[in-house]
Design a protein around this ligand. Structure first.
Ligand code: SF4
Length: 337
C-alpha cells in the first residue's frame, strides 16, 4: 500500500541571534489511508513544529532546512505558495487547540463557512452550500440550526465540532489534530475525540494526533511516534509500545501514568528537557536517562528496527542487535496495554 503521507528526513531549524535551534532534527514517518498516528512528546519536543512544516505555516526565523513531505506522492515543500493554499483544506486540514478561537465570534457560522469555500474557489449555489453545511454539522453531531448561530453562542465543545466540520468540508486525505481538546473538560474532550474518529473513519482520511496525553493516544491512535528534543526516539503500534517500550524515555512516560492498581507507581519528576538552543551531544536523552552508559555521552544512537514494526534510537539495542539477544528493557505490566 502506498502511504498517504511520507515525511522523510525532515529538519526544521530556527536561526536565532544566540544559536541555530534544531527544533526538528532528521524526523521520518509515514501514514497509510485511514491510519491514526499519534505524535507525543513534552512541550518543545518539536511536535507542533512538524505540523506547521507539513502545513507550510512556519514563520521566520523557522525554516525547513531539508527533507520531504510527500502527500499523495506530491512534495508539499516544493509547491508554490498559491498551490499550497489550494492544498490546505482540500488535501490537508488542521484542527488546533486554538481553532475554536479562530472563529470570528460576531459572524454567523454559515457566512464563515461560505467565505472558506469561496477562498478555495468552490462556488456553490446558496442551496448547495446550505445543504453541504447542514450535512457537515450533522456529521459532527450538531443540529443544522447551528449554521445560523454566532460562535459566541456556542460552548467550547460545539465550537471545536464546528472546526472539525470545516476541516472535513473538502474531504482532505490528511487531518492534523494538534492538541484539539486540551482546552476542554474531560467529558467534552472524550466526545470531541469520538466525533473526530467517526468523521475520519467515514472519510477514510489519515490523522496525525499531536499531544502529550498518553491515555488519549492509547484510546485514539493505531501507532505512535515519541519525540524528544526534536528527535523521533521511538515509533511503533500503540499497544505494542504500551506493553514494551524500547526506549528509556518512552518507558518513563509510561511509568509516569498513574495506575489504578498501584497508585504508588506514579514516577514523574525525572528532570526537565534540555534547552532548545543547547541540545546535549551523543544521545539527546542522556542527562535524564537512568540507563546511561559511557558511549551515550558522545555517540548518537542509530535509529533502528528493534521489534516487528517498532523502531527506537538507543544504545541499549547495540548488543541486542549484534547478538540477536532480546532487548534489555523488560515489558511493562499487561495492565497498561
Ligand atoms: Fe539512555 Fe543511552 Fe539509550 Fe540514550 S542511548 S536512551 S542515554 S541508554
Amino acid at each position: 500500500m502506498t502511504p498517504v503521507l511520507q515525511v522523510n528526513d525532515l529538519r526544521v531549524y530556527f536561526n536565532t541571534p544566540r544559536a541555530v535551534v534544531k527544533a526538528v532534527d532528521d524526523v521520518s514517518f509515514s501514514l497509510n489511508a485511514g491510519e491514526r498516528f499519534g505524535l507525543i512528546g513534552e512541550s518543545g519536543s518539536g511536535k507542533s513544529t512538524i505540523a506547521l512544516a507539513i502545513m507550510r505555516l512556519l514563520r521566520a526565523p523557522g525554516e525547513v532546512k531539508s527533507g520531504e513531505v510527500l502527500l499523495d506522492g506530491e512534495n508539499l515543500l516544493t509547491l508554490s505558495d498559491a498551490e499550497m493554499r489550494r492544498r490546505r483544506l482540500s488535501s490537508v486540514a488542521m484542527v488546533t487547540q486554538g481553532a475554536m478561537n479562530s472563529l470570528n465570534p460576531v459572524i454567523r457560522i454559515r457566512q464563515q463557512f461560505a467565505d472558506g469555500l469561496n477562498s478555495h474557489g468552490m462556488n456553490l449555489s446558496k442551496d448547495q452550500a446550505r445543504e453541504h453545511l447542514a450535512d457537515l454539522l450533522t456529521r459532527v453531531g450538531l443540529k443544522r440550526e447551528v449554521a445560523d448561530m454566532y460562535p459566541h453562542e456556542l460552548s467550547g465543545g460545539m465550537k471545536q465540532r464546528v472546526c472539525i466540520a470545516f476541516a472535513i468540508s473538502l474531504r482532505p486525505s490528511l487531518i492534523i489534530a494538534d492538541e484539539p481538546t486540551s482546552a476542554l473538560d474531560v467529558v467534552v474532550q472524550r466526545q470531541v475525540m469520538q466525533t473526530l474518529r467517526q468523521v475520519q473513519e467515514e472519510l477514510g482520511a489519515a490523522v496525525i494526533l499531536i499531544g502529550h496525553d498518553m491515555g488519549l493516544m492509547a484510546q485514539f491512535a493505531d501507532r505512535i511516534g515519541v519525540l524528544y528534543a526534536g528527535k523521533l526516539v521511538e515509533q511503533g503500534p500503540v499497544r505494542q509500545i504500551f506493553r514494551k517500550p524500547e526506549h528509556p524515555y518512552t518507558r518513563l512516560l509510561m511509568e509516569s501514568l498513574p495506575s489504578l492498581e498501584e497508585k504508588e507507581t506514579l514516577v514523574g519528576g525525572f528532570g526537565s528537557p534540555p534547552s532548545a538552543a543547547e541540545r546535549p551531544r551523543g544521545c539527546v536523552f542522556h542527562p535524564r536517562c537512568p540507563y546511561v552508559m559511557d558511549r551515550c555521552i558522545d555517540i548518537e544512537p542509530v535509529y533502528r528496527q528493534v521489534a516487528p514494526n517498532q523502531w527506537a534510537a538507543c544504545h541499549l539495542h547495540d548488543e541486542a542487535d549484534s547478538s540477536g539477544m532480546e532487548s534489555p528493557l523488560t515489558p511493562l505490566k499487561e495492565a497498561r496495554s
